[in-house]
Design a protein. Structure first.
Ligand SMILES: C[S@@+](CC[C@H](N)C(=O)[O-])C[C@H]1O[C@@H](n2cnc3c(N)ncnc32)[C@H](O)[C@@H]1O
Length: 232
C-alpha cells in the first residue's frame, strides 16, 4: 500500500507492478502520434522549454522527443517505469533524461513551473481528475499549456471480457485498474469553473501495439484530447 492519502493511492502500486522487471514494453514501444506530432508541434510553436510529462511511464511517447526538447522532466509514481525509461535511453546511447517520482495529485512537490505539461493516459483512471488538473494548472507559467486526454465512451478496446461495470461509464479490469469513460459533455464538466484562458477539446483515435499481459493484441482507441491554456 502506498503512503499517499488519496483514493487512487492503491492503484499506484498496481501500476508499478505492471511494469515488467524483465524489460518488456508493457504499453508497447510505439508512441501515440498525437503526442509525437501534434503535441510536439504545439511545443515548437510556443517555444516551450521547461516541459513536464506526467505520467511519463517508461517514456514510449517522449523518448523520441527528448533530443529536441531536452527540458522535458519525466515524472511518474512508478519507480520501475522511470528505471526502464533511463535504461532504454542509455541502451540507445542517448542522454539520460531528467526523471522524478511524483504523484499527479501533488505536482507542487516538484517546486517548479513549466511552459507546458502533458498528462497522457492517466485522468480516465483517476477518481478526481479535476483535482489533478487544478494542481497541474497551478504549475503552469502564464500562457502555458496543459494537454490531457480522456478515454471516450465509444472506445472499441477499453472494455473487454476482463472488465466489470462498477458504475455509470465506470469499469474495473482484472488488474483492479478503473476506467472512467467520457463524452464531450463529461470532459467539459471535469474542468468547469477552473477558468483557464482557453479550452480546446477534440475527438481523437489511434492504434496501439499489443501490451503483453495487459491487452496483448493490436488495438484502436478513441478518446478526447483537451488543451487548457493558462491565463497570461
Ligand atoms: C496507462 S500508463 C500511461 C503512461 C504514459 N503516459 C504512456 O502513455 O505511455 C499510466 C501511468 O500512470 C502512472 N500513475 C498512476 N497513478 C499515478 C499518479 N497518481 N500520479 C502519477 N502517475 C501515476 C502509472 O505508473 C503509469 O505509468
Amino acid at each position: 500500500m502506498s503512503s499517499t492519502a488519496h483514493r487512487d493511492a492503491d492503484a499506484i502500486d498496481i501500476w508499478n507492478e505492471l511494469y515488467d522487471p524483465d524489460d518488456a514494453a508493457i504499453w508497447g514501444d510505439d508512441p501515440a502520434a498525437l503526442v509525437t506530432e501534434d503535441v510536439a508541434a504545439l511545443w515548437r510553436r510556443d517555444a516551450a522549454r521547461d516541459i513536464l510529462v506526467i505520467p511519463s511511464g517508461d517514456g514510449r511517447n517522449v523518448r523520441s522527443l527528448l533530443e529536441e526538447f531536452p527540458g522535458i522532466l519525466c515524472a511518474d509514481t512508478s519507480q520501475r517505469a522511470l528505471a526502464r525509461l533511463r535504461r532504454m535511453m542509455l541502451q540507445q546511447g542517448r542522454a539520460e533524461p531528467q526523471t522524478r517520482i511524483c504523484d499527479v495529485y501533488a505536482p507542487d512537490a516538484l517546486g517548479m513551473s513549466f511552459d507546458s505539461i502533458l498528462c497522457w493516459d492517466l485522468l480516465s483512471h483517476l477518481d478526481s481528475p479535476r483535482v489533478a488538473i487544478a494542481g497541474l494548472l497551478r504549475c503552469l507559467r502564464p500562457g502555458g499549456s496543459l494537454v490531457v486526454n480522456f478515454f471516450a465512451d465509444d472506445d472499441p478496446s477499453i472494455i473487454d471480457d476482463r472488465s466489470t461495470k462498477i458504475g455509470p461509464k465506470l469499469y474495473r479490469n482484472d488488474h483492479d485498474i478503473c476506467y472512467q469513460l467520457y463524452d464531450e459533455t463529461d470532459a467539459r464538466a471535469v474542468v468547469e469553473g477552473l477558468d483557464p484562458l482557453d479550452i480546446d477539446l477534440r475527438k481523437i483515435s489511434w492504434w496501439e501495439d499489443p501490451h503483453p499481459g495487459y491487452r496483448p493484441y493490436r488495438h484502436m482507441h478513441r478518446g478526447l484530447a483537451m488543451i487548457l491554456r493558462a491565463r497570461s
